[in-house]
Design a protein around this ligand. Structure first.
Ligand code: SAH
Length: 400
């Protein structure tokens, strides 16, 4: 096995079990893409094993800090089995049959994401090490995921390019690794709702499982409300509000395909009196249009895509978050609720709070926080890997 030696005083984060070794911390040593290497301190002390990634800034992703636990096929199988085992509670309580089974670094499998949709598992492999072990990962998922019918791969072009991995797009990005081929759309259940998941062309692996708790929190407050669901994707927040007895729901998204699926998701639900409208529009423009027309709502959901890809974009992203929250705040009726989210990891909770406070200041309205949400429990964050925390949300009530 090849080894990589760190520069003096650059061993601190590995000793604290942080899983990333950046290229700048390495004094010498290299290996092939995905090879397992031994990581040594500048004094030659063993620190752990990791997977080498020659074209990435994150040159080594640590997989084991124990000399006796060499990352081999049995190691990978046991890591997957443990990760799936930690989700037993999800399968026992039956609120949903869609669960993230492996959450990458935080579950001890860097670069590996595996989402379970009603018997079908969809993986993403976003590092050279993950790519190297994907057969073993898929076999273990097939073996340990409950009632698993098939395991497929969706590769994410952007991240793979950074890792120097072959980037495939469109239907070529999808491949069955184990078992049967999943249907075009997989139907999942989440609390009172059902959703169709496009595992081939949908975002991420098809559905935003990470917002499950936030959708329940929004549902709990939506009875009787006129709800505006911005960045609706396939309508999940809006349909939870509908199931909870919202008076009306407007779903807004820029993607016609997402809205089409949202309509089909509504058709899967029990008939009720809630009127649901679908608007294909840019949310920024739509909020301005509502303002100009004097429209108002009891509840507004803002779940935008990532505005900041990295720390350098944070200030620009903060302006984006402020604009959009300010526009939404203006449309709230007195006592109305704003459920607002940021999935940019680089945007800290503190900064997000500050942005919301500034926006409320600018619109001269007082708000109180009634709930705070974060990525659901099947998207855990290792304490040694704070970078794994990205999704935060606030439900604010307007006091004026
Ligand atoms: N709330 C959703 C997930 C939202 S993902 C859920 O719980 O499932 C973000 C969505 O924003 C995507 O569907 C994307 O199409 C949409 N989007 C991105 N930029 C937009 C814009 N400027 N205006 C409208 N929609 C946009």
């Amino acid at each position: 096995m090849k080894s990589v030696t760190l520069k003096p005083k650059r061993d601190y984060s590995v000793r604290r079990r942080h899983p990333w070794v950046f290229s700048g911390a390495i004094a010498e040593g290299d290996a092939g893409a995905g090879d397992t290497v031994e990581v040594l301190s500048s004094e030659g002390e063993f620190l752990g094993y990791g997977s080498y990634s020659p074209s990435s800034q994150i040159r080594v992703r640590m997989t084991s800090f124990d000399r006796g636990r060499v990352p081999d096929a049995a190691f990978v199988e046991s890591a997957v089995a443990c990760s799936v085992g930690r989700r037993a509670g999800f399968f026992a309580n039956a609120y949903t049959n869609a669960v993230r089974l492996v959450n990458a670094e935080s579950d001890g499998l860097p670069g590996v994401v595996a989402d379970f949709y009603a018997g079908w598992v969809v993986c993403q492999f976003t590092s050279a090490g993950a790519e190297r072990w994907k057969r073993e990962v898929a076999q273990a998922l097939m073996k340990f995921a409950p009632f698993c019918r098939g395991v497929a791969e969706r590769s994410d072009a952007d991240v793979r390019a950074k890792e120097g991995l072959e980037a495939r797009s469109g239907d070529a990005a999808f491949a069955v690794l184990e078992g049967e081929e999943p249907p075009e759309l997989v139907e999942i259940a989440e609390g009172p709702c059902k959703f169709l998941v496009d595992v081939r062309r949908g975002h991420k692996t098809g559905f935003y499982l990470d917002q499950r708790d936030a959708r329940a929190a929004v549902g709990a407050l939506a009875n009787g409300a006129d709800v505006l669901n911005c960045f609706s994707y396939t309508g999940a927040f809006g349909l939870h509000a509908r199931a909870a007895g919202a008076a009306s729901v407007v779903q807004v998204d820029a993607s016609a395909d997402a809205l089409e699926l949202a309509r089909r998701n509504e058709a899967l639900a029990h008939a009720c009196g809630t009127k649901v409208d679908y608007v294909e529009a840019d949310v920024f423009a739509y909020l301005r249009k509502c303002r100009d027309e004097g429209r108002s709502f009891d509840m507004i959901v803002l779940d935008p895509p990532k505005f900041a890809e990295s720390r350098s974009q944070v200030m620009k992203a903060a302006r984006g978050y402020k604009d959009i929250n300010l526009l939404a705040m203006k449309l709230l009726r007195p006592g109305g609720l704003l459920a607002t989210f940021s999935c940019s990891g680089a945007m800290t909770e503190d900064l997000f709070d500050k942005v919301l406070a500034e926006a409320s200041d600018d619109v001269h309205r007082d708000f109180q926080t009634v709930a705070a949400t974060r990525q659901a429990a099947d998207h855990p964050v290792a304490l040694s890997f704070p970078e794994g925390f990205y999704l935060k949300g606030k439900i604010l009530r307007s006091l004026t």
